[in-house]
Design a protein around this ligand. Sequence first.
Ligand code: DAH
Length: 355
Amino acid sequence: MSEIKKIKDQYFSQLNKSLDQNKLNEIKTELFGKNGIITIKFKQLGSVPEEKRKNYASEINLLKNELQELILKKNEEILNQEINKKLKNDNIDITLPGRTYYTGKIHPVSQVIDEVTSIFSEIGFSVEEGPDIENEYYNFSALNTPENHPARDMHDTFYINHSKDLLLRTHTSPVQIRTMLKGKPPFKIIAPGRTYRHDSDQTHSPMFHQLEGLHIDKNINMGHLKGCLYYFVKKFFEVDKVKIRFRPSHFPFTEPSAEVDIGYKIQDGKIKIGEGDKWLEILGCGMVHPNVLKNVKVNPKKYQGYAFGVGIDRLAMLKYGINDLRAFFESDIRWLEFHGFDPLDIPTNYRGLSR
Ligand code: DAH
């Protein structure tokens, strides 16, 4: 019996037995692997005497094709067997309810930070951030706040140490100082962030959020401040007409200073912004005090501008009709399910504070 015939008989009988995938792979390697029987036969072709070579070559070629065909057939057979086995053994209970999956929600505060940031970035403000733990200088002194100012009191401010030089920032205004110290005018920035005060009731929480705004350039006046805030309020509350009132006030870091109220009314138990004759305070603002500019080495004779500080949580309560501030920070997942936002609806190029 010729060698080729021997190989054929041997492997045909092996391949016709019932095999599993592993065994089939083994046979494949034995035949066609790097040192496989057929591979070697092809390699040896050159040493076959010329007159026999043609015949021999066509014989192995034929054998190769037959074996490959058989392997393919076997492969298919094994796959089918596996599928049939699965279908027979796996009981799929199609009456079982599908798995529910849970999508997280965006907290209203994060949502509002995103909205507000997006509105201001459209009119040229860039975003700055500062640390929650501040020193006394950035939080008070550089902002022209006198030594005996009530805000510095232990009853208002959380101090980190006894010497009172480290504290949890009471407002985002120190970011004004940090920004101006590290750069050169003009400045046009907003700074969202967490702030802390010794306060807790329905509308005050010891930790809350503010957004600071600062615009310093050569010819900035109070008209720019008003224009900017009108634009913001209309965009944020999505109303065309809005009643705004600038009420004279006092902040050590601005002169003159104002507090801004917006007009609203309650209709069918819901708050309507921009109509009615009630007023609600939403922010503090003013023209940056010359002393503040001097403290950061900006010449107040050449440069001036406005600043403002908005309560972000307040904006969220107003726009989305949430009436207890404390619930914002109680981490009740059911509250978040109800008041939170779909993650895919975030409107902007900016996503929340860095954590
Ligand atoms: N920092 C003030 C506060 O927390 C708010 C504020 C008022 C910020 C006037 C400003 C400003 O930048 O110009 O009550």
